[in-house]
Design a protein around this ligand. Structure first.
Ligand code: GLN
Ligand code: ZN
Length: 760
């Protein structure tokens, strides 16, 4: 089958089925083990993946999908885009790589940001006019050879040159107006050299990922895409080139790629179903392979194989070869559903990475050899799909009628001045009120208690006692520090979404379903399979216990509907906005219960508001409409005197700034320390005139800010916001920090506040 792709996946998880890489990395970083041990674990993980994919029957196995941290960082190192500040540390190559990823004492890491609209984070390369691109690292070639020695011919996967530069930022030396894309020609030279080496090593195909073209792009960027693949396609010594675009419709980029001299194009037909209509009309695909991304690489549902085959049938004849693939890399789903101990009915609806590989194989065989050869697999899939579509537990008529009965006024509160006055009277806070974002450091003791409860070595009652002790400690500390609005500290929450999903109907949790978020950090997103409701209060006990310990107001802490969706695997059988409304009602019930027990301040966190923003501008408004609506629905059930806070984790609001205003929270806390309060100007530009708490203490680093620094930040903030509306708080939750530094930093924050108050 040389020359064709047949069936394939665009990428595979790499953290290890049991998070082996995470553990190996942490041991290496803490100098418990050496480089050789880490490399051994990495090699075993690669070998296991190649075997799993090969043995499952894929015709084309992706290679170079392993990474010690991040594939964008790998690419930067491969092309020698290593900023000088890391080179001059004089570390060996592996430690230089980790210094870029994690920083060292003297040098902070590269900036990290979200990979398109996923919860995976990549490191942002820094490119300048003087970046000396060269083929400095040959990992893709070495890994190709490693697999070849096992008898497996892989298709190395590389981040494409356009996507790499579009995701990069100008380095510190770059003059104004410089764009990383200005360096495309030089970078493409390095790709050409790499492709030649891969060819010489025996690679038949290489995959170049260009998901940047699933977002809106300028004509100049589309021209650059055309020119780049004209050049790469024209090379005399190269493997066949498969260009993969995913996370949406490639739009005009599709026509550009179809008419370029590459050998294959992979499209995402799950997120970009409109592509199905566009493909048969394209010229230039006749001599190419089309990899139809029919199996969802980002979600965990079993594929409707009949439907996928019907889609494939529409594409027959559009391309030289019609191959089957996943919509994107399987990096975004867990390894294997088999070891999960979830309700058997729900489990039968699920497919994790290895199950998806088998689906791709089945589809490939059905297309090539006819449906009869895979009739059993098709039948099993059909039964599971039908069962899920008709299952009682997916639909809850009470939830549905409640949503259907919603009226516009259910998401509207009184005008802000009315609320402001009522809240001022009820809370009687000083000017520049101080608070925190919710979590306090999660001590080893707290984590141990949770692990013991899970293992069954302590019972629920003992666990509650331990949490209450922690809450009491956190309350006493806050009183001692002199904070105005206290929190209970969230010790009972391992994760701000997982925690709520365990109380809500309509969700199941996994035990091993880890997905890489960044580097060694993994998350275990819950699975939202059915209509959502809240059978009982989720946080009221903890919050009222905390409130009972103090005369200061204690703020109730909840996760907002958009963030719950963003960090879960969501159902794909109804629009996301419908699911959001159901989650919003469950949160609304909790907000109202908190209020009913005397909690006067409730914070509903929406750190993921921006993450779910669609990549294409044309789809953004519709998203923002339901996102804002669901937050308002969750929070509008309270009296005027109850103060609603929200928290957002970033300072570059860009396209969501109007939405933040529209959330209509009484107080919004945001990240601002690193951007030196710039965000306040942005907010007042769009007419935000409610309470705002720009973070004055960067919790992303262990550094304790001096009181004087915080005073400066407060002074800057007071330039943009009148004292009546300004809150004083850290940037984000304190969960990942240690108590010593947190206490010290909060003391400095309160000292600075006292001085600022005196100067008012
Ligand atoms: N309340 C949460 C905490 O403090 C908020 C976390 C977040 O913004 N990601 O941990
Ligand atoms: Zn945050």
């Amino acid at each position: 089958m040389t020359g064709t792709i047949g069936s394939t996946v665009l990428g595979y998880p790499r953290i290890g089925p049991d998070r082996e890489l995470k553990r190996a990395l942490e041991k290496y970083w803490s100098a418990e083990t050496g480089e050789a041990d880490l490399r051994d674990v990495a090699r075993t993980l690669r070998v296991d993946s190649w075997h799993a994919l090969h043995d499952a029957g894929l015709d084309s196995v992706p290679g170079n999908t392993f990474s010690y941290y991040d594939q964008v960082l790998d690419t930067a190192v491969t092309v020698d885009a290593v900023p000088h500040r890391y080179r001059k540390l004089g570390l060996n190559p592996l430690d230089t790589y980790f210094a870029m990823a994690r920083g060292v004492e003297s040098t902070p890491p590269l900036e990290m940001t979200k990979w398109f609209d996923t919860n995976y984070h990549y490191l942002v390369p820094e490119i300048g006019p003087d970046t000396a691109f060269s083929l400095a690292d040959r990992t893709p070639v070495e890994q190709f050879r490693e697999a070849a020695e096992l008898g497996i011919t892989t298709r190395p996967v590389l981040v494409g040159p356009l996507t790499f530069l579009l995701l990069s930022k100008p380095d510190d030396d770059a003059p104004n107006g410089f764009r990383p894309l200005d360096r495309l020609d030089d970078l493409v030279d390095v790709y050409a050299a790499l492709l030649a080496e891969l060819r010489r090593a025996g690679a038949e195909w290489v995959q170049l990922d260009e998901p940047a073209f699933a977002a809106d792009r300028t004509q100049a960027e589309l021209d650059a895409l055309r020119e780049t693949y004209r050049r790469l396609g024209g090379l005399s010594e190269r493997p066949k080139l498969l260009v993969a675009g995913y996370f949406g419709d490639l739009g005009d980029g599709l026509e550009v790629l179809a008419s370029s001299p590459v050998d294959g194009v992979a499209v995402d037909l799950v997120t970009g179903p409109a592509t199905v209509g566009a493909l048969p009309t394209l010229t230039g695909l006749q001599d190419k392979t089309l990899v139809a991304g029919l199996v969802d690489g980002r979600n965990i549902w079993r594929t409707d194989l009949d439907k996928a085959l019907a889609t494939a049938a529409k594409l027959l004849g559009s391309a030289g070869e019609l191959a089957v693939g996943t919509s994107c890399s399987l990096l975004h789903v867990p390894y294997d559903v088999e070891p999960e101990d979830i309700d058997p009915q729900v489990k039968s609806w699920l497919a994790f990475a290895i199950q998806k590989v088998r689906e791709v194989v089945t589809l490939g065989r059905a297309l090539r050899e006819g449906r009869d050869v895979v009739a059993t697999d098709l039948g099993a899939a059909r039964a599971a799909i039908a069962d899920r579509a008709t299952a009682d537990r997916v639909r809850d008529s009470e939830v549905r009628s409640r949503v259907a009965a919603l009226r516009p006024e259910d998401s509207r509160r009184a005008d802000y001045p009315v609320r402001r006055d009522a809240q001022a009277a009820a809370l009687a806070l000083p000017p520049l009120p101080t608070t925190t974002i919710g979590s306090f450091p999660q001590t080893t003791d707290v984590r141990r208690a949770r692990a013991e409860l899970r293992r069954g070595s302590i019972d629920e009652a003992a666990y509650r006692l331990r949490m209450r002790e922690e809450i009491e400690r956190v309350i006493r500390l806050q009183e001692d520090l002199g904070l105005d609005v206290l929190v209970h500290g969230e010790p009972e929450r391992g994760d701000m979404v997982q925690y709520f999903s365990e109380y809500l109907e309509g969700f199941v949790s996994t035990r091993h379903g880890w997905v890489q978020s960044y580097g060694s950090r993994c998350v275990r997103p819950p699975i939202l399979f059915g209509d959502v409701s809240r059978p009982a209060a989720m946080t009221v006990d903890w919050t009222t216990y905390a409130q009972g310990l103090t005369s200061k107001p204690v703020k109730g802490m909840l996760t907002g509907p958009v963030t719950i969706l963003a960090w879960s695997f969501v159902r794909d059988d109804q629009p996301l906005g419908d699911t959001a409304r159901q989650v919003a009602l469950a949160i609304r019930d909790e907000v109202c219960d908190l209020e009913a027990t005397g909690i006067g301040v409730v914070q509903v966190d929406e750190p993921a508001l921006r993450e779910l923003l669609p990549l294409r501008a044309a789809q953004q408004q519709q998203y923002l409409d339901w996102a804002v609506e669901s937050f308002r629905l969750a929070t509008a059930g309270v009296a005027d005197a109850t103060q609603i806070h929200t928290h957002l984790c970033y300072s570059e609001f860009g396209d969501v700034i109007d939405a933040i205003v529209a959330l209509d929270a009484d107080v919004t806390s945001i990240e601002a320390a690193r951007s030196r309060m710039e965000v306040l100007g942005d907010l007042s530009d769009v007419g935000y005139a409610k309470g705002v708490g720009p973070g004055v203490y960067d919790i992303h680093s262990p550094r304790v800010p001096e009181s004087a620094e915080i005073t400066d930040l407060l002074r800057a903030a007071l330039q943009a916001v009148p004292a009546e509306r300004l809150w004083v708080n850290p940037d984000c939750g304190l969960k990942t920090r240690g108590y010593t530094e947190v206490e010290h930093a909060l003391r400095n924050m309160l000292g600075a506040t006292t001085r600022a108050r005196a100067a008012l």
